[in-house]
Design a protein. Sequence first.
Length: 72
Amino acid sequence: MKKIYRLKDLDCANCAAKMERSIKKLDGVNDASVNFLTQKMTVDAEDSRFDEIMDEVVKLCRRVEPDCVIVR
């Protein structure tokens, strides 16, 4: 399953790159991209575990950029 999310308060391109690298390392994630300019994140992950994976994605993003909110 592939979904696109809007990001709110993503403050720097370096943080976006860190998020993208971390998300791609998660088990069950096929691909991910975080675009600082458009403030959007695309996650492609296993259908059966998608909600569980997205919970982990949210935790990872908070660690990198505490003010950033993923609009679900």
